[in-house]
Structures are given as C-alpha cells and as structure tokens.
Design a protein around this ligand. Sequence first.
Ligand code: AMP
Ligand code: GLY
Length: 423
Amino acid sequence: MPQTDVLLIGGGGREHALAWALTASPILGTLYCAPGNAGIAALATCVDIDVTDHDAVIAFCKKTGIDFVVVGPEAPLVAGMVDDLSAAGIRAFGPTRAAAQLEGSKAFTKALCERCGIPTAAYGHFTNADAARTYVREQGAPIVIKADGLAAGKGVTVAQTMEEALAAIDALAADGSDIVVEECLVGEEASFFALTDGVNILPLATAQDHKRAFDGDTGPNTGGMGAYSPAPVMTEALVETTMRTIIEPTVRGMADAGMPFKGVLYAGLMITAEGPKLIEYNIRFGDPECQVLMMRLKDDLLLLMQGTADGTLNTMSVRWYDDTALTVVMASKGYPGAYEKGSEICGLEAIGDEATVFHAGTSMRDGKLIATGGRVLCVTGLGANVREAADRAYAGVAKIDWPGGFNRSDIGWQAIAREEDAA
Ligand code: AMP
Ligand code: GLY
C-alpha cells in the first residue's frame, strides 16, 4: 500500500488525539506536527514552523514531500491555509477560507440559517451599539449577546437581566466589535460532528462538554474542561432530525453559495422542547470533544480525512466502539485567567490501562515534563457507560502529581445522574 506522509497543524489535546488516531493507519508514512507538544512528540516529528506563515508551511511540505496536511485549529482555516495549500498543489483536510466563515462569522451563519430554514435562535446583527440596545430593550431578558468573529468562546454573554445585557453591549462597543443579539434557547446542549466533502455527508458521533471552569458548571467559560461521547441526550431520532433539518441544508446551502464545505462540521446544538436548534458551527473538531471521539473511532481516520478532501465520502462508512469515552481536562491554576507557566508534572508513567493521557499544553525541559498552556492534559477513560468511563479517567487523574494544576471533579455529572435515574 502506498504510504502517505502527513503534516498535522496544531499543538493541543485535539491534535494529540488526531496524531494518536492517524498513527494507527496502515497507510501513514511519516507524521510531522507543527508545532506539536511533548505528548505528540512521542508519535510524530515535531517541527518548529510559524504556521501563520503559509509560504513557510508550503515550503516545508515541498521540501519534505508531504502528501497531505491535516489542519486542527480554526485560526489557520479562517486565515485560508487550505486555499493556499491547494493553490500550491498540496492536498489538505479542512474547509477553505470562504467556507470557514461558518465559524469565523456568526452573522454569516445566521444569514445561512435564515436562507435555508435551519432552526436556530432568533437574532439581530448590529454595527451600532445604540441599535443593539434598542433591540435588547424590545426583546427583554434573558437574552444572549455575542461578538461577531472568532472570540475563543469568550465573546458570549448569556444575560439573565437587562443590566447584564446592556453591560455586555457596552463592553463589545468599547472593543469595536460587531454585535449579535440572540434569543436565549432553553434545553440541554449537545455537540454533533459530521464529515462532508462538500456534497456527501458522513455523520460521525455526538458528544457533550463542560465549558465552565468549576464543579457544578459554575465559574467562567473556558475552551472546555471535559467531555464525553456519546451524548446520552442525542437519541437516534434526534440525530436523524439534526441531519435532516440542520446538517443537510447547511451542506446544500454552502454548495449553492459557491463555497462547498469540506472538512468536519461541528454543530453546537440546544435540544429544546421544539427539537434541536443550532447554537453555532465550528469548522474543526472540538477540543476536548475530539479526544473522546478518537477513543471510540474504529475506522481509519487518515482514509476518512482523505475521502473528505477528495470527494469520495459516498464510498465510505464509519464505525464506532459502543463504549463511552470521557475525558477530564487538567488545567494550570488560574485558567482561563492568568496562569503561571513552567510547573513540573509527575506521575504520568504510573498510569496504566485505565486511562489514555492526551497532552494539550506541555513541553519537555531538561528531561522534565513542564506545563506550558492553560489546558495541559486530557485524561481519558473508556467504559460501558458514563459512570465507568468517568471512574477510569479519574483513576488516571489521581496518579498525576501536579501541584500547579486543577481539574473539575464532576465531568459527566448530568449523564451519570441520568444513568442512575434509569437504573
Ligand atoms: P458559543 O461561543 O456561541 O458556543 O457560546 C458559548 C455558550 O454560550 C454556548 O455553549 C451556550 O452555552 C451559550 N449560548 C450561546 N448562544 C446561546 C443561545 N442563543 N441561547 C442559550 N445559550 C447560548
Ligand atoms: N470544546 C469546545 C470547542 O472546541 O469549541
């Protein structure tokens, strides 16, 4: 079988999980990762390229004979890395800059939803703060205020009161951001992932994450403090409705607009009393949702990603282990605010079969494992249900000796309560 040399872009827990799944592929030749981290370095050759410099990435691919590039995070996608790679004749997994607007611009996605009849929160888009204030006063609280554009999860205020809503508008106006105001959806959140080559769609799996920093889903919003897959709230019927009312019209709408979406579509959903509604799209795997998806994936990720890029998903299928996977994020104390870098992490070698550790923000310094990011480790367990998966993940967490870090102790609590109710 011909071997494929791959360059993976990114250096978080998501990319460690992608590297872990890619290295299981019999067609993988050499795996490179830019910039990578200490965990990825065990699986791939980490290379120090400035990934914002697309010419440098292209030059590395040409020099090294890279056949395929996998772009993990949203920023390079929104910046048009896949367009530039394709123009240079290099195949890549991920959407073009135009298609990446699905994550890059909330106003773009809202307009698509309106055009294609996709269920989502009612909204208004404002370039003028006074107009936003007037609209909010008309609508009343609770109401959701968002910055347009990429805001790393920090640009959203779910305002319970009019004062909170107006303060959020003031803050965005001070930043000069465009303002999106949305109806507050009520229900349970779930994430749904699908691969699409622009025409064909391969539904992947469901997941749920915990965005708040502290136990009981309290504290500030983060990139995600833990996740599990599958999401028990997403029944087969809900998956079918999501495909029919949200994913399929999106893929058709993007193709009709002349910007077919190729890559992974990550739909953030609210399961409301009226059915699933789209909260937002991301144009990449979730982090840490990717870690739990990869633990459950039976099929060859590299083949699936190549099928996505080549437009051959109609010939492919995907299988999953029935087990539940659950990951607990260990973060630097202070995250998502200011935190110290450079504290030492010990005990990873004591973890056996109970858990798989994906690194998010680590590097090796003088033979020591050092925390270098906000989110640092993702300790992941598999089990017959959410409770078992959580027990295994937390058995792994217990072996890690890292005074500079913290983690939530209740990842999966909603799903575990549901299991206990059902028992
Ligand atoms: P986003 O950055 O758009 O994912 O929003 C972050 C979080 O804010 C989501 O995961 C939801 O918990 C919440 N959120 C966003 N939009 C809405 C909405 N229209 N109604 C209720 N909650 C929302
Ligand atoms: N865990 C949320 C995200 O990746 O956007």
